[in-house]
Design a protein around this ligand. Sequence first.
Ligand code: MN
Length: 152
Amino acid sequence: MPLFVVHEHHASRLHFDFRLEMEGILKSWAVPKGPSMNPADKRLAIMVDDHALDYGSFEGIIPEGNYGAGTVVIWDRGEFELLRGGIGEGRMEFSLRGKKLKGAFAMARMSGKEKEWLLIKKRDSFAEDGFNMKTVLSPSLLKKFRGEDRNS
Ligand code: MN
């Protein structure tokens, strides 16, 4: 089963990078608000550069002066199954088996756009209408990577 990973990326702006293993690389989208388990949320997902497969286990600090400088932690990770469609078709459905993201999702490229997609949870038994991103951020991990918990 191919891998999906969501990086929580504290760069100049906090965003989430949603990555799907396809054809040996990680297809990647920057999701400013992060993915949602609420089918009512349509999350903008901007296609960004492909990443190597081994980046799917990366956590750490990208030094100042480099592209994406900031702290990266894995927000969620697991296997996924492509159910239908594909990137070339501009729409796809897949099932995620992560710790936070579960069940069926749809992604569709916005009409007339090259890189802008929408990521939407499909209604199923895993859907959470009350999903709130604020409750699932990982401040303790962030502190650890920044060394702020050295004295605690
Ligand atoms: Mn990023």
